[in-house]
Ligand binder design. Structure first.
Ligand code: FES
Ligand SMILES: [Fe+2]
Length: 382
């Protein structure tokens, strides 16, 4: 479903309060455990979050155990080819079932060996035949809602939430020509960060800091913003060559069929609340943030290339400088965000005046606050 908004770039997206009156959010928005608790309950457990790529779990029996804000999750492809997500928690006494990734015929609990089929049904429970009233069907793995867009897996703990397509709104209009679905994930890292989850995303959506924080890598950038329809935001860093890699000539050709706007730079898109897709002319990478506590987060960074590029005999050599750049820039951001978190913890920290280049920061703050109960918003502004 594509809403009626023309995706025309603008210098910045700003409505009210007037530029000059807008302030950064109160420090306790980033430091108060009660506010974090409300965010988990009202936002993270009710909206779509990115959980990886379908090409990472391609064959029947392939699985990946991941952590999420709602606990351990098992992604597994069934014998029927269907990809499913379950709480990675045994129905007997709650042991974790599988760890890491691999291929399995069935899922066996390491504690008392209850075993489950790949579709989650309980197949065997040693010794339970003697237990009156015990039945297998109600004791299958607990499913978690899973939907995909162009090979990207999203999960949602809320069965009543609007579907993924409604959440993404007109995002496919902007990113469609990158053909994310024809890409392969070739690289990824996870970084533990001592900062609130929102700081990572705010940072990922502004180019005000890049000339300073990234002076040694990507350097200063200019960006335009897009008004969007749906639960997402986007800027585009203008550059005729890919900024996914440093140096003059990118090692990979542009993605075939990129539309005119996409050829002008790299989209940095936030799918609210925790997922960024960065879409350059030759590849896509993501930043996905998992909130852990009010001042701890895990940042996952992953990179994808069009399948034909991954078949080059020297693919690994060509791709290595992208991986190096993604990691280096992420670590530069992590360094400054941990400083920001420490500053926000000061008893003397105050909301500060926003630049016009902080337009997405304001938009993101508002998105979060609009989904919190009034008492939590009052607490933020106390
Ligand atoms: S906890 Fe899994 S079988 Fe007991
Ligand atoms: Fe940055």
């Amino acid at each position: 479903m594509s809403a009626q908004v023309t995706l025309m770039p603008q210098p910045y997206v700003w409505s009210e309060p007037p530029l000059g009156d807008a302030r950064s959010a109160p420090p306790r928005f980033y430091t108060d455990p009660e506010i974090f608790k409300a965010e988990v309950e009202h936002i993270h457990l009710k909206t779509w979050f990115f959980a990886g790529r379908v090409d990472e779990i391609a064959k029947p029996g392939d699985y990946r155990a991941i952590e999420s804000v709602g606990g351990p999750v098992l992604l597994v492809r069934g014998e029927d080819g269907i990809l499913r997500a379950f709480a990675n928690v045994c129905r007997h006494r709650a042991s974790i079932l599988l760890e890491g990734c691999g291929n399995a015929k069935n899922i066996i609990c390491p504690y008392h060996a209850w075993n489950y089929r790949l579709d989650g049904a309980l197949a065997g429970a040693p010794g339970m035949r003697e237990v009156p009233k015990f039945e297998k069907p109600p004791n299958g793995l607990i499913p978690i809602r899973l939907e995909t867009w162009e090979g990207a897996i999203f999960l949602n703990y809320d069965d009543g939430a609007p579907d993924l397509a409604s959440h993404l709104g007109n995002l496919p209009d902007l990113l469609g020509s990158h053909r994310f679905g024809d890409m392969v994930k070739t690289w990824g890292i996870e970084i533990e960060v001592a900062c609130n989850w929102k700081l990572l995303l705010e940072n990922a959506m502004e180019t005000y800091h890049t000339g300073i924080v990234h002076a040694a890598t990507v350097g200063a950038q200019r960006s335009v913003s897009f008004p969007t329809a749906g639960e997402w935001l986007s800027i585009q860093v203008q550059s005729s060559r890919s900024i996914a890699v440093l140096g003059e000539e990118p090692p990979f050709p542009p993605i075939e069929g990129l539309d005119e706007q996409a050829r002008k730079g790299t989209y940095f898109t936030l799918v609210e609340p925790t997922t960024q897709f960065a879409c350059a002319q030759d590849c896509i990478w993501w930043l996905a943030v998992r909130p852990v506590s009010v001042d701890r987060s895990v940042l996952s960074v992953g990179g994808c290339f069009p399948r034909p590029c991954t078949e080059y005999p020297d693919f690994d050599v060509r791709a290595a400088p992208y991986y190096k750049r993604w990691e280096a820039v992420a670590l530069e951001d992590v360094g400054i965000l941990e400083k920001q978190q420490r500053g926000l913890s000061s008893a003397l920290a105050r909301p500060g005046p926003l630049s016009w280049r902080d337009d997405m920061v304001l938009a993101m703050n508002r998105w979060v606050m609009a989904r919190l109960p009034p008492e939590t918003v009052d607490r933020i502004h106390e």
